[in-house]
Design a protein around this ligand. Structure first.
Ligand code: KG4
Ligand code: ZN
Length: 346
């Protein structure tokens, strides 16, 4: 497949990633470096993250370009995540790309991080094209939307408090499982019996219908508090240690049930049988299994591979291929924005 060759950079949070993409599918180089110094803090520390981005950005881009076995002057365009994310981290990638675009005399474009997540599955399966329902669940975001076509999005719902991944991380901290919490909870939940600690499924109640304001919305903070209460009771009773896998399983089941029910509602409301998952929580096999089994055999559920589910530059490059293909590009006045609004929201 031929087409434009794009170098993309993603530095919105604690991962530093660079990718070289030719056309829409040919990933020539892709490197992701994940910072591992945040574990001791139980979460990402913004100042630490941005300094670490600065320390490695040059090397990561060089590795991706090396892998692609091309020269910098063979690039047709550059792309970078311009937001949302941690401002200090975003600025590292944005300024690197601006400087490189200037030095090479090539166009560049800023990409919305969540729009990039929508494109991740399309890199691996060409059927992952709109129209589709997308559930984007990461440490910073929880979004349910209907993509009518690339660049035209109907927002259906989001979280009212914590993001889905943030809830996994907070519950993992309560259970003393370290950071990031999602993989640890998923692992432990396999040995747990969720029925030992029945937890309420948030934002799912009888009588809700389309038009009810909480029909598509999600919430995780009440669920986290319910886990906290159980932890305190079990601590008092001296039986917390042996109950940790069961509590992890109960939390995961309630969180997955909420995400599954909301996705199902979006599929019913839009009549769209294609579902695209994205974000770090999409790595959770219980979530994908639950959505697949509840939607049944007529639906197509696309789950990106682990590497493309979490933050990565390949998805940024793919989103850029779409936007550059429409003739869009940015000027040197482009700024990073921690709260960048999603483009194309109808
Ligand atoms: O997309 P991502 O890498 O970064 C953000 O943009 O936030 O997502 C990271 C989040 C973390 O909260 C992490 O706990 C969660 O994804 N996560 C998982 C799993 N793997 C990562 N959550 C549940 N189950 C998993 N297997
Ligand atoms: Zn992300």
């Amino acid at each position: 497949m031929s087409g434009r060759t794009i170098l993309a950079v993603e530095t919105s949070c604690d991962d530093t990633s660079a990718a070289v993409l030719r056309g829409e599918r040919e990933l020539l180089g892709h490197v992701i470096a994940t910072q591992d110094m945040h574990g001791g803090f139980g979460g990402v520390v913004p100042e630490v993250a941005s300094r670490a981005q600065l320390a490695v950005i040059g090397r990561i881009v060089a590795q991706a370009v090396d892998q692609a076995a091309i020269r910098m002057d063979e690039l047709d365009a550059l792309a970078v995540t311009a937001g949302p994310g941690l401002i200090g981290s975003l600025l590292v990638g944005l300024n690197w790309v601006k400087a490189a675009a200037y030095a090479l005399g090539r166009p560049f474009i800023g990409i919305h991080h969540m729009e990039a997540h929508l494109f991740a599955s399309a890199l691996e399966d060409e059927r992952a094209q709109p129209p589709f329902v997308a559930l984007l669940v990461s440490g910073g975001h929880t979004l349910l939307l209907h993509a009518e076509s690339w660049g035209r999005y109907h927002m259906l719902g989001g979280t009212r408090d914590d993001a889905a991944g943030e809830a996994f991380d907070k519950v993992a901290r309560l259970l003393d499982l370290g950071y990031p919490g999602g993989p640890a909870i998923e692992r432990l939940a396999k040995q747990g019996k969720p029925a030992r600690h029945p937890l309420p499924v948030p934002m799912v109640r009888p009588g809700q219908r389309e038009g009810s304001e909480d029909y598509f919305d999600m919430s995780f903070s009440g669920l986290k508090t319910a886990v906290l209460m159980r932890v305190r009771e079990l601590e008092k009773a001296g039986s917390l240690d042996e109950e940790v896998p069961h509590l992890a399983a109960a939390f995961q089941q309630a969180a997955v049930e909420q995400l599954t029910e909301k996705t199902l509602r979006a599929v019913r409301a839009t009549g769209c049988q294609r579902v695209v998952l994205g974000g770090g929580v999409a790595r959770n096999a219980a979530l994908a299994d639950s959505i697949r089994s509840r939607l049944g055999p007529d639906a197509l559920v696309f789950v990106p591979s682990s590497r493309l589910a979490t933050d990565n530059a390949a998805m940024v490059a793919r989103a850029a291929a779409f936007r550059l293909g429409r003739g869009e590009q940015d000027g040197y006045d482009l700024n990073a924005r921690a709260d960048l609004p999603m483009p194309g929201v109808l």
